[in-house]
Design a protein around this ligand. Structure first.
Ligand code: SF4
Ligand code: SF4
Length: 150
């Protein structure tokens, strides 16, 4: 039961469909590209709390109570999935982080693959790409199998 609750809080409906599709097709996620420093990922942020992706002001307040440093985020609305979207007050007018050295790990790790499973998409203009690909190990296994048949 706890496992089911964890899955439901980690995936939106679209995200769950993506997850199942990847599992069924034996694929994995691959992140490619590089940052163009456009700052768009700091303007529309989905945040995850202990109970999953934040959906309400109450959810956000609970996170800030535990992590006061998250006060820098401001709610700007909701996305198509019904998840809160936030912007960061640490972004300066030039679109750069005011404290790049001390930014959160969620900022350093962007784009995290979990974004794909909350049904989200990369911000427009982002230099990264998240793709569903067949793992190299499967190509290798096919090649070995083909060699054995010869
Ligand atoms: S802390 Fe910096 S990198 Fe992280 S969201 Fe805010 S402006 Fe962006
Ligand atoms: S949206 Fe993508 S390219 Fe723009 S700052 Fe964020 S990671 Fe870099």
């Amino acid at each position: 039961m706890a496992r089911i609750r964890k899955i439901l809080s980690s995936y939106s409906l679209i995200g769950l469909i993506r997850y199942l599709r990847i599992r069924l097709m034996g694929k994995e996620l691959l992140v490619t590209g590089s940052c163009r420093c456009c700052g768009n990922c700091c303007r529309k942020i989905n945040l995850q709390g202990a109970q999953g992706w934040l959906r309400s002001v109450k959810d956000f307040k609970e996170v800030v109570a535990d992590y006061p440093e998250y006060e820098r985020f401001q709610i700007i609305g909701k996305d198509d999935q019904g998840y809160l979207q936030l912007s960061c007050s640490w972004l300066d007018a030039a679109g750069l982080c005011r404290d790049h050295e001390n930014r959160f790990s969620l900022c350093k790790n962007f784009p995290d693959k979990t974004l794909h499973f909350c049904g989200g998409a990369l911000p427009s203009g982002c230099g990264y790409r998240i793709s569903e690909v067949r793992p190299f190990s499967r190509y290798l296994a096919d090649e070995v199998k083909g060699q054995r048949k010869k």
